[in-house]
Structure formats: structure tokens, C-alpha cells
Design a protein around this ligand. Structure first.
Ligand code: NDP
Length: 434
């Protein structure tokens, strides 16, 4: 805590995991003997670098880039790149730390990393985005590789940015090393279903949670925060399964559509026009828009899927959801619920799907993209989707079984933390001290 006192997000992520581990140490004193906890919270390395680029007015701009390579015990470092003005070392470390556990849960051979920049893509022209991506890769290339570290997208980094990053990587290395980045455009090394994977995977995970209480998505009222990549495809799959999704948001505010959100309009606003969610009401006069993103949690629903950003649900929002009768909360974003909110859910019998389990579908499909790249072939949409469903089901079962084995039946926070921890800890012991 003292060493990382200036990194609140990282401390929060580490604390959430540590709180789950007491029963593991009671049963496995060898983890104490091997000093596993101290080894696990220290990243293998943190790379930070200057990114210098020229804007459309020929002004030279400077941003800071990061890559936190946290652990490669289970496989090559793997994790997204985030371009957002809030990016700092604490946020990069928390995301990379979570990624180690999440990636382990997928059962696929991938370690954990995260990276990005405090560059703000909002309002930038396409040329500026391209020049920034090229400048960013001009430094990042020396730290990554298909068997070393495989970045992907995250907030502010989609297929367009990955395309520019990949183009620059190829130019510098003179090699078509497709497996060096994931989230590429299908047909240019990308996997089908990668775009949909985190949102779809989240809904598949919730389907498993519901199955255990003999329920389904059919006719459930759902609230999804955000309106980016994860949110859009969570809405799509929930609607496919018969749910009524009544609200979504962006960082300015949220829309409520009592008849159920028309997803084509949201896609038009966000994916085509890159506009604000507020404009949804221009298309649907019965819908309402409210300023302020946190108010979305005051809308009564059966299932809440936070898919925007970290710490978007605090204790008060959690209590409001509870008072309004929410049955299931599952995290599409990384760490959207703070510790107080998680406790409110767990202490009041709400089924809670933590991010590292519930949103692992994106990175799992990235690992499937790596497999296709090294095999030099493509699977069909149906093949990848089927594998994704299988992976989400396995993550659910693994987390549930670990929770049961270590004395917290039904608690998927404890279960997912322990299932992942044990795998990484055993790897550290197997591979010796280094
Ligand atoms: P996008 O950049 O595509 O979308 C983010 C969305 O969240 C935007 O609608 C953004 O609105 C909104 N948002 C940002 N901050 C807030 C806020 N404070 N309140 C409400 N809305 C907000 O990102 P993704 O959808 O890719 O990522 C969303 C979350 O999911 C992140 O936590 C990410 O780490 C996590 N995640 C993503 C994966 C992926 O495959 N993409 C995989 C696993 C996790 P605005 O336009 O106003 O900024």
C-alpha cells in the first residue's frame, strides 16, 4: 500500500482480489513460502514513452504512451490499448493486473498487459488519428511481438486504430506478423466475432447465471451503461434473447426508451456519425435524455450491465438498483462497481458477475484471432461464436466451483479471483524464481 499509495485504482483492484484469498492461503501455505502475493502485484515491467505527432495545423503535440507488461506466466503478454485523457500509470496498472486474472480464466495461453495513452481521440480528424497511431507504434514496436506481447483495442481504440498501428508495425519490421495485434479488420488478419465478443460474451455469461435460477433473458428489463463497443453488442445479444433494453448512456448523460432501445439508431449515432447519445431523442420522440451519466442506475430493471468505465457504480447507485428490484448485475466494463457497491450486491443476494469473468469474451476471442493468425486460416462467424459461448460457460463453471470449494458458494467475485490466482501462483512456482 505504501509503495503504491499514489495509485488508487491499482490499490482498489489489488484489494478486491486480496480480500478473496484468505481461504486459499489457509489451504496452501506454500503460496506464503514462495512469497506469491508480493511477486504477483509487481509488474514484470512498466514502459512509458513520449509520443510526438503533428496535428492538422502543423502544431507539434506531445502525449505520454504506456505499456505495462504485468505477467507472462501463462502466455505472451496480452491486453488492450486505451486512448483516453484519463490514462495514467495507476489506471494502466489496474487494468494490466486485472488482465492477468481475466486472461487466465479464459483457459487460453495468454498473459496479462495493458497500454495506451492520454491522447484524446475525441474531435480529432482521421489523419490526426492515423499520425498519432503511427507515432505511438514507432516506439511501441520494439516491445511487442506475436510471441512477446500482443496488444488489442480498448476505449478509444477500435478496428480503425488497430489498422493504422498494424500498418506502421509492418512498415518498421518489414514482416507480415499478423499475430502481433488483435482486433484487426476481418479479411486483414482479424477474426469474425471479435467486434461483438465482449458484449456477446457478457450476455452468454449472464445466461449461465440465469440458468442456475431457472430464468432466461426473455421479457427481462435491462439497463446497459455506455454506448461504445461493449455496450452496443451487449444490447444486441440481450435483445436477440428476448430482453427489453430500455436505457444506455455516454459520458454526458443517458437515454431512456420505454418501448425498448432501437439499436440501429444507436449504431447510426455512435458507429457511423460518432455523435452524442443525446441525439437519439431526435429519432424517437417518446424517449427521454437526462444529463449526468450516473442517473441511469435509478431506472428500474431486472438486469443491470455496466459497460462504460471504471467506478461508474458507487454504493448509492447500488442501493438504488437494489431498492428498484434488480436481480442480476454483471460487469461489461472493467471495475465499473466500486468495493462498496460490490458489497451491497453480495450482501443482498443479487447475482453478481465480476468483470474479470463476465467480460473475458473479448480477450478470449482475441486469443482465437491469434490462433487463426498462426494457423493462417479463418473460422466462420458461427465457429468463433460457438467457441466463445463454450469459453464463457467454462469461466462461469470454473468460478462457481472455486467459490464452492473455498467456502463461498454463489460468490463469483471470490470464485473468479481464486480460480485465476491458483493457476498463476502454481505457474510461478513451476517456473521457479526469476
Ligand atoms: P468505447 O470507447 O467503445 O466506449 C466507451 C463508452 O463508455 C462510450 O460510450 C463512452 O462515452 C462511455 N463512457 C466513458 N466514460 C463514461 C462515464 N463516466 N459514464 C458513462 N459513460 C461513459 O469502449 P469499450 O466499449 O471498448 O469499453 C468499455 C469498457 O469495457 C471499458 O472499461 C473497457 O476497458 C472494457 N472492456 C472492453 C473490451 C473490448 O473488447 N472493447 C474488453 C473488456 C473490457 P463517451 O463517448 O462520452 O466517451
Amino acid at each position: 500500500k505504501v509503495k503504491n499509495a499514489h495509485q488508487p485504482e491499482f490499490l482498489q483492484a489489488a484489494e478486491e482480489i486480496f480480500l478473496s484469498l484468505t481461504p486459499v492461503f489457509e489451504q496452501h501455505p506454500e503460496y506464503i513460502q514462495h512469497n506469491i502475493l508480493s511477486r504477483m502485484v509487481e509488474p514484470d515491467r512498466i514502459i512509458s514513452f513520449r509520443v510526438t505527432w503533428q496535428d492538422d495545423y502543423n502544431q507539434v503535440q506531445v502525449n505520454r504512451g504506456y505499456r505495462v507488461q504485468f505477467s507472462n506466466v501463462v502466455g505472451p503478454y496480452k491486453g488492450g490499448l486505451r486512448f483516453h485523457p484519463s490514462v495514467n500509470e495507476s489506471i494502466m496498472k489496474f487494468l494490466a493486473f486485472e488482465q492477468v486474472f481475466k486472461n487466465t480464466l479464459t483457459g487460453l495461453p495468454i498473459g496479462g498487459a495493458k497500454g495506451g495513452s492520454d491522447f484524446n481521440p475525441k474531435g480529432k480528424s482521421n489523419s490526426e488519428i492515423m499520425r498519432f497511431c503511427q507515432a505511438f507504434m514507432t516506439e511501441l514496436y520494439r516491445h511487442i511481438g506475436a510471441d512477446v506481447d500482443v496488444p488489442a483495442g480498448d476505449m478509444g481504440v477500435g478496428a480503425r486504430e488497430i489498422g493504422y498501428l498494424f500498418g506502421q508495425y509492418k512498415r518498421i519490421r518489414n514482416a507480415h506478423e499478423a499475430g502481433v495485434l488483435t482486433g484487426k479488420t476481418p479479411g486483414y488478419g482479424g477474426s469474425l466475432v471479435r467486434k461483438e465478443a465482449t458484449g456477446y460474451g457478457l450476455v452468454y455469461f449472464v445466461e449461465e447465471m440465469l440458468r442456475d435460477i431457472n430464468e432466461t433473458f426473455l421479457n427481462k428489463t435491462v439497463v446497459v451503461s455506455g454506448s461504445g463497443n461493449v455496450a452496443i453488442y451487449a444490447i444486441e445479444k440481450a435483445q436477440d434473447l428476448g430482453a427489453k433494453v430500455v436505457a444506455c448512456s455516454d459520458s454526458n448523460g443517458y437515454i431512456f426508451d420505454p418501448e425498448g432501445i432501437d439499436l440501429n439508431i444507436v449504431k447510426e449515432i455512435k458507429e457511423v456519425k460518432s455523435d452524442r447519445i443525446q441525439t437519439y431523442v431526435d429519432y424517437r420522440p417518446n424517449a427521454t435524455y437526462t444529463e449526468g451519466f450516473q442517473g441511469i442506475w435509478s431506472i428500474p430493471c431486472d438486469i443491470a450491465l455496466p459497460c462504460a468505465t471504471q467506478n461508474e457504480i458507487d454504493g448509492d447507485s447500488a442501493r438504488t438498483l437494489l431498492a428498484n428490484g434488480v436481480k442480476v448485475v454483471a460487469e461489461g466494463a472493467n471495475m465499473p462497481s466500486n468495493l462498496e457497491a460490490i458489497n451491497v450486491f453480495l450482501e443482498n443476494g443479487i447475482l453478481f458477475g465480476p468483470a474479470k469473468a463476465a467480460n473475458a469474451g473479448g480477450v478470449a476471442t482475441s486469443a482465437l484471432e491469434m490462433a487463426q493468425n498462426s494457423g493462417r486460416y479463418y473460422w466462420t462467424f458461427e465457429e468463433v461464436d460457438e467457441k466463445l459461448q463454450e469459453i464463457m460457460k467454462n469461466i462461469y463453471v470454473k468460478s462457481k466451483e472455486a467459490a464452492f470449494k473455498y467456502g463461498s458458494p454463489g460468490n463469483l467475485v471470490v470464485g473468479s479471483n481464486i480460480a485465476a490466482f491458483v493457476k498463476v501462483a502454481d505457474g510461478l512456482i513451476t517456473e521457479g524464481v526469476y
